[in-house]
Ligand binder design. Structure first.
Ligand code: BES
Ligand code: MN
Ligand code: ZN
Length: 501
C-alpha cells in the first residue's frame, strides 16, 4: 500500500472514501469533519441528532456522498469521549475507518489524523493505525478476499503542520510495516517458517537495511558451549540457527549498546513431554518473540537512532525423536551453569538461557530485553490484554512498561522475589527447568535471569497471551492472528535509549 501526505481541504479530495473523526457527545462536528458535513448539507449533523452516528469508540459509519463531494464515501469513526482520548484510540479509529472503507470496496482512501496536541504524534498514530489495520494474511487462500486499499492519503489542511505530519507519517509507516512484518513471520506455518528460513529472511532484511548479520549454526554453537540451546534442537531434523543482527548507530568505538533477544521456536510440539493435540497448531507462533526482534531491527535500521543495537534470535524446533533430549537430562549452557530437565516442553527458557548469556556475557550488551511466548501460566494471569514484564532492575522495568503502555502494547510489571527461585532448585544441577504450577511465569523468568551476566540490566516480556489474538475477534488495528507485539515497544525503547544518552 502506498501511503502519502497531501495538503488542502479534505472535502475537495477525490477518491473512494474519506475517514473523518468524531468525539462522542459532540452535536456539531468540528475541523475536517465539519468541512465534510457542510459539503454534505449537514448530513453528519443530522445523523448525530437522530442518534444514527454517536462517535462511540469503535464505531465506523459509512455514508455515501451522492456526488456532493468528489469522494464517493465518508466514514465517520468514533473516537469516544474527548476526555478519554489517547493516541492509541486514534490508532484504532484510523484502522476502523480504513477497514470499513475497504469493506465497501474502496481502493483509494483519505484519512484525517485524529486530535492530540502534537501534529506529528497524531499523524504517526494515524499512519500506524491504517498500516496495521489493513494487514491480513491471505497468502495460502485460493479464494482471495475482496479488494485491497492501494493508496491511503493523510490529508492535512493546516500548511504550517504539514512537515510535522510528514515526519509523523514516515515514522508511523516504518513502525506499522515492521509490526506487519512480524505478523507475517508469526502467521507462517511451521513447515514454511523453519529456523533456516527465518535466518534467510533475517539475512535478506539485513542486506536491504545495511545491518551486520551472522548465524551461529549447530557446529559454531557447540564450539561456544551453547548446550542448553542445542539440547532443545537435538530432537529436530531441522538445523537450529542463533540469528544475530547488529545495527551500529553509535559506531563500533561506542558501548556495545542495547540488546534485543527473541524466542524463536518455529514449532513447539513439547518434545518428549509432548503437548496435547488441542490447539497445538498455535505453536507455529512460538517464534513470535524472534519475529518481533527481526522486525524491530528493520525499523531501527530505517529510523537510525544514535545507539548500537543487537538482535539475537534463538531459532529451533522443539520435536520428539530418538535423538531428542529427555526429562532427567542435564544441559550445560555457555556460561557454565547446568539445568536439569524436568519437562522438555519448558524449552523457551532453555534456548533463551544461551541467547541471553551470549547477548549479555559475550557481546556485553546492556540493557537487554527478551520477548518470548514462554508460559501458558501468563495467559491465565493476564489473558490476551497485557504482556507480563519481569526484570532484575526496577528502573529498567519501568522504562519498558511506560514505553509499551504509551504506544498501545500494554504491559504489567510482575514480581520476581527470591522466594520464587527456590522452586527451581535442583538436587542434581544448578537449577531445574520448571518449578511447578504456582507462579509458573515467574519461575520461567527466573531460569532466564540466571543466565544474565552480572551487572546487566535485563527485562523479559512473556508474550504468550499477547503475541496472537487466540480465538479473539479483530479489534481496531489488531487483526487475526499474530499481533506483532512487542515490535513497536522494542523500536521505541531503542529510540528512547538513544535520546537518554
Ligand atoms: N510455548 C509454550 C508456552 C505457550 C503456551 C505459549 C500457550 C502460548 C500459548 C512453552 O514452551 C511451554 O510449553 N510452556 C510450558 C511450561 C511448563 C512445562 C512449565 C507451559 O506453559 O505449559
Ligand atoms: Mn513448550
Ligand atoms: Zn514454547
Amino acid at each position: 500500500m502506498n501511503l502519502k501526505v497531501e495538503g488542502g481541504d479534505v472535502a475537495a479530495w477525490k477518491g473512494d472514501g474519506i475517514v473523518v473523526n468524531l468525539f462522542e457527545g459532540v452535536t456539531s462536528p468540528v475541523g475536517a469533519t465539519s468541512a465534510v458535513d457542510k459539503a454534505l448539507n449537514g448530513l453528519i449533523g443530522k445523523l448525530i441528532a437522530s442518534g444514527d452516528v454517536k462517535g462511540k469508540f469503535g464505531n465506523a459509519a459509512i455514508v455515501h456522498t451522492i456526488d456532493k463531494l468528489p469522494a464517493a464515501r465518508v466514514c465517520v469513526v468514533g473516537l469516544g469521549k474527548e476526555n478519554e482520548f489517547t493516541l492509541d484510540r486514534a490508532r484504532h479509529a484510523a484502522a476502523n475507518g480504513a477497514k470499513a472503507l475497504r469493506g465497501a470496496g474502496a481502493q483509494k482512501i483519505a484519512v484525517v489524523a485524529a486530535g492530540g496536541a502534537n501534529a506529528a504524534d497524531a499523524a504517526q498514530a494515524t499512519a500506524e493505525g491504517v498500516v496495521m489495520g489493513l494487514w491480513r494474511f491471505p497468502k495460502y487462500k485460493g479464494e482471495k478476499e475482496n479488494n485491497e486499499v492501494e493508496e491511503a492519503v493523510i490529508v492535512e489542511n493546516d500548511a504550517a503542520k504539514k512537515s510535522d505530519v510528514e515526519r509523523g507519517v514516515a515514522r508511523g509507516k516504518i513502525l506499522g510495516d515492521a509490526t506487519n512484518f512480524a505478523r507475517d513471520l508469526a502467521n507462517e506455518p511451521g513447515n514454511a517458517m523453519t529456523p533456516t528460513r527465518l535466518a534467510e529472511i533475517a539475512g535478506e532484511m539485513a542486506k536491504q537495511n545495511g545491518l551486520e548479520f551472522f548465524v551461529i549454526d549447530r557446529a559454531k554453537a557447540k564450539e561456544l558451549g551453547m548446550g542448553s540451546f542445542l539440547g532443545v534442537a537435538q530432537g529436530s531434523d531441522e538445523p537450529p540457527a542463533m540469528i544475530v543482527l547488529r545495527y551500529w548507530g553509535a559506531g563500533k568505538d561506542a558501548a556495545p549498546g542495547f540488546g534485543i533477544v527473541g524466542k524463536g521456536i518455529t514449532f513447539d510440539s513439547g518434545g518428549i513431554s509432548l503437548k496435547p493435540g488441542e490447539n497445538m497448531q498455535d505453536m507455529k507462533g512460538d517464534m513470535s518473540g524472534g519475529a518481533a526482534t527481526i522486525a524491530a531491527m528493520s525499523a531501527i535500521a530505517q529510523l537510525k537512532p544514535k545507539i548500537n543495537v543487537t538482535g539475537v534470535v534463538a531459532a529451533t524446533e522443539n520435536m520428539p525423536s530418538g535423538k531428542a533430549f529427555k526429562p532427567g537430562d542435564i544441559l550445560r549452557a555457555m556460561n557454565g551453569k547446568t539445568i536439569e530437565i524436568i519437562n522438555t516442553d519448558a524449552e523457551g527458557r532453555l534456548v533463551l538461557a544461551d541467547a541471553v548469556a551470549y547477548a549479555s556475557g559475550t557481546l556485553k550488551l546492556s540493557p537487554i530485553i527478551d520477548a518470548a511466548t514462554l508460559t501458558g501460566a501468563m495467559v491465565i494471569a493476564l489473558g490476551n490484554v497485557r504482556t507480563g514484564v519481569f526484570a532484575n532492575d526496577d528502573a529498567w522495568a519501568k522504562m519498558v512498561c511506560d514505553t509499551g503502555n504509551e504506544i498501545g502494547e500494554k504491559m504489567w510489571h510482575m514480581p520476581m522475589d527470591d522466594e520464587y527461585a527456590e522452586q527451581i532448585k535442583s538436587d542434581w544441577a544448578d537449577m531445574k527447568n520448571t518449578g511447578g504450577r504456582p507462579g509458573g511465569s515467574i519461575t520461567g523468568a527466573w531460569v532466564i535471569r540466571n543466565f544474565v551476566a552480572d551487572g546487566t540490566e535485563w527485562a523479559h516480556l512473556d508474550i504468550a497471551g499477547t503475541a496472537n489474538t487466540g480465538g479473539g475477534k479483530d479489534r481496531g488495528y489488531i487483526n487475526q492472528w499474530g499481533t506483532g507485539v512487542p515490535t513497536r515497544t522494542f523500536v521505541n525503547l531503542a529510540l528512547r535509549l538513544a535520546d537518554k544518552k
